[in-house]
Design a protein around this ligand. Structure first.
Ligand code: NDP
Length: 314
């Protein structure tokens, strides 16, 4: 029988950060369930990581319809965790999900149509055994669906009570600005932009997206803050057999060029000289970018989650 740590909110000052100009505070470190939380994982280990996260002040859990293998299984397992233990803390949790990538066969299970977004959210709620999510994202920009159709679906989702807030993920800058205007005009302001900022990739900074978030009072939530594990000690002396690079198409071995390895080794030396792990320095770097509200880390084991948190919570 799980009971959350009574000390879970004894966090250092600044651990909870205001999300843009909204009423929502998010933890500096959030937990993403893209990998290692679906049926491919050991449920007990997933549950241990979820409990450890919550016991240490992580209240934001980021999902999407197609997370886990098979698709949907991360949401299913998260629903099971809610039912078995975390559900009694529902009002302390900030749960996000998304739709935008391929989820089910046929022409209605992908991209940005009203039909896809609304039915996908219904499926997500069913899998997670929830009445509502806190945040629902359009997961990607759809060049073939009118933006108004996607955005009106987001508005209607909030009005239906199935999501409290909406967010935009990975949209190009101009379309994102259009979305902000559309949503503001309908009193359903965009809560967050979810994009990738890390020490190896700062596109949303260079493209001005982060600045738009600051100007418009929108939170910025960064995914893959560790560049899927590159910005950790994982690949400094070879490619481990149990690593994402070895086992997933999402992190290609070709990324680890001799130049990249040299760069990572230099960053690692810099981290060591600061008394930190490379992963910790990388997370700190993202969180220091003005306008970033939270980083969503992924982990494959509890020890990684501990390492990613201990530098900030002590
Ligand atoms: P990270 O950059 O944090 O990479 C996570 C991986 O890095 C882990 O699986 C692990 O790899 C390795 N790792 C993490 N911590 C450590 C550590 N301390 N020491 C050694 N290795 C470590 O994030 P993700 O790419 O997993 O993305 C995080 C979340 O962001 C996702 O779960 C999802 O919620 C969200 N996301 C959103 C996207 C979007 O389109 N909006 C796209 C991608 C992610 P290994 O498995 O090899 O052990």
């Amino acid at each position: 029988m799980y009971t959350a740590s009574p000390d879970r909110y004894d966090r250092p000052e600044g651990f909870y950060r205001r999300c843009g100009k909204s009423g929502i505070m998010l933890p500096a470190i959030s937990l993403g369930l893209w990998k290692n939380f679906g049926h491919e994982a050991d449920f007990k280990e997933s549950l241990d990581m979820l409990h450890y996260a919550f016991d240490n002040g992580i209240v934001h859990f980021d999902l999407a319809n197609n997370y886990g293998t098979p698709y949907g299984s991360a949401e299913e397992n998260f629903g099971r965790a809610l039912q078995e233990s975390l559900g009694k803390y529902r009002d302390e949790l900030f749960i996000s999900t998304k739709a935008g990538y391929d989820m089910w066969p046929g022409v209605y299970g992908n991209w940005g149509s009203r039909k896809y977004l609304i039915s996908s959210l219904d499926q997500s709620l069913h899998r997670m055994r929830l009445d509502y999510v806190d945040l629902f994202y359009s997961h990607r920009y759809d060049p073939n669906t009118p933006l108004d159709e996607t955005l009106q679906a987001l508005v209607d989702i909030v009005r239906s009570g199935k999501a409290l807030y909406v967010g935009i993920s990975r949209w190009p800058h101009e379309a994102f600005r259009y979305a902000l205007d559309y949503l503001d005009a309908r009193n359903v302001p965009c809560l967050t932009y979810q994009g990738r900022i890390n020490m190896l990739d700062h596109a949303p900074i260079e493209e001005g997206i982060l600045q738009t978030c600051i100007d418009r009072g929108v939170g910025f939530v960064s995914f893959s803050p560790l560049a899927q594990g590159l910005l950790t000690e994982r690949y400094l002396s070879g490619i481990p057999e149990d690593s994402r690079m070895r086992n997933s198409i999402n992190l290609k071995e070709s990324v680890l060029t001799p130049e990249m390895l040299r760069h990572l080794l230099t960053l690692n030396e810099e981290a060591c000289s600061k008394g930190m792990k490379l992963s910790q320095m990388a997370l700190k770097w993202v969180l220091e970018q003005q306008g970033v509200t939270s980083v969503i880390v992924g982990v494959s084991r509890l020890s990684q989650l501990k390492e990613n948190l201990e530098w900030i919570v002590g």
